[in-house]
Design a protein around this ligand. Structure first.
Ligand SMILES: Cc1cc2nc3c(=O)[nH]c(=O)nc-3n(C[C@H](O)[C@H](O)[C@H](O)COP(=O)(O)OP(=O)(O)OC[C@H]3O[C@@H](n4cnc5c(N)ncnc54)[C@H](O)[C@@H]3O)c2cc1C
Length: 270
């Protein structure tokens, strides 16, 4: 564990990898081209998914739920353990309910069906015309707090965190990366950083960075739009009880409620 690992990307993936490696004793340098979380992670909805949104793929749903449980265990202070509701408004939602409940059971996600009155008692601001609801183990989080906590712990274990440091190339010898070329954006100076291992944790930019090493990683970057209200209209996460679609979730976190998200595919994440 004396190896030097360069982690590229200061989003939630890079932050968690840096934390994990530093805790195991590796020498870690994390490079982020902007500020921490300036990519996708600082702009997420902030929903700690229960896995229920992904029940069409039981393996993905199960994995998501297990990650949810792990995160709550290792960092209980980072999440609002408020739970969530999947709410049926129309007949199509009601038809989806049986499939949804069966798949949640297969994935091992603990859920509880509620009738209209129970749901409204828990969340008086729900649509009074709702037909049914299912209580699920969702949660909400402040993305910056999550990343900064992982990075603070990584730093405590010796990791070197370098924001405003963009990877602009690699030195490759005998088919292996020997060093990373870094542009320090605060001084406009370029320098080389030798590395035993390099982790590409650049999310939507993973292909752009891989191309610098002559590799290809298929990525379909998909942005989205959310609407944040300057008021909190509920306690639990509100999800539409149907196949995932646009604008079908409202999360409540601290003093806000956020409606989201849309999603479409773009060529270039920038
Ligand atoms: C609108 C929207 C809402 C979402 N809501 C949720 C949600 O509620 N819950 C949830 O779990 N997930 C949500 N997601 C998904 C989640 O945000 C992503 O899966 C997650 O943020 C990806 O993290 P990451 O660290 O892999 O990528 P990123 O956070 O994008 O991090 C990659 C980093 O790499 C950096 N980088 C790129 N190129 C270079 C380079 N050359 N040198 C150095 N650094 C570089 C970027 O600046 C960036 O900060 C949402 C996604 C979107 C788009």
């Amino acid at each position: 564990m004396t190896k030097h690992v360069v982690v590229i990307g200061g989003g939630v993936t890079g932050a968690a990898i840096a934390y994990d490696l530093a805790q195991r004793g590796a020498r870690v340098t994390l490079l982020e081209r902007g500020s921490i979380g300036s990519g996708t992670s600082g702009r997420t909805h902030g929903l700690l998914h229960s896995g229920c949104r992904y029940v069409a793929d039981v393996d993905v749903a199960r994995e998501c739920y297990l990650e949810n449980v792990t995160l709550r265990k290792i960092a209980p202070f980072l999440f609002e353990k408020n739970g969530g509701l999947f709410v049926a408004i129309d007949e199509s939602d009601l038809k989806y309910k049986d499939f949804f409940l069966k798949k949640c059971e297969e994935a091992g996600i603990p859920v509880k069906e509620l009738d209209r009155n129970e749901a409204l008692r828990l969340e008086p601001n729900l649509n009074p015309g709702l037909k049914a609801a299912v209580l699920v183990p969702d949660g909400t989080f402040d993305p910056l707090k999550v990343m900064l906590s992982f990075l603070a712990s990584a730093k405590l274990h010796g990791a070197d965190i370098r924001p405003f440091s963009e990877v602009v190339g690699f030195r490759i010898e005998s088919g292996a990366i020997k060093a990373v070329r870094v542009l320090d954006k605060t001084s406009e100076r370029e320098y080389e950083l030798e590395a035993d291992y390099v982790v590409n944790a650049t999310g939507a930019w993973a292909n752009k960075v891989a191309r610098l090493a002559g590799l290809s990683v298929p990525v379909k970057p998909s942005p989205g739009v959310m609407v944040a209200l300057n008021a909190r209209i509920g306690h639990r996460v509100f999800n539409r009880l149907n196949k995932p679609g646009d604008g079908d979730i409202i999360i409540h976190q601290r003093g806000t409620s956020v409606i989201g998200t849309t999603s479409w595919v773009v060529e270039d994440p920038d």
